[in-house]
Write a protein that binds this ligand. Structure first.
Ligand SMILES: [Zn+2]
Length: 53
């Protein structure tokens, strides 16, 4: 119970170490463009997912 599952970067699937936070990883290892693309695709997925018949 003491250990929580590792945080995994949604962009490159890299596991964050104990001293590494996802936010820092995103800023350091990913370009703004990559982050924007991911945000847009996530948003579009949400949009599509909310369309129900
Ligand atoms: Zn990453």
């Amino acid at each position: 119970m003491a250990t929580k599952p590792p945080t995994v970067c949604p962009l490159c699937n890299e596991e964050m170490g104990a001293s590494q936070c996802l936010e820092d990883h995103l800023v350091d290892d990913h370009a703004k463009r990559e982050l924007a693309k991911h945000a847009v695709s996530y948003y579009e997925m949400e949009e599509l997912g909310s369309v129900q018949e």
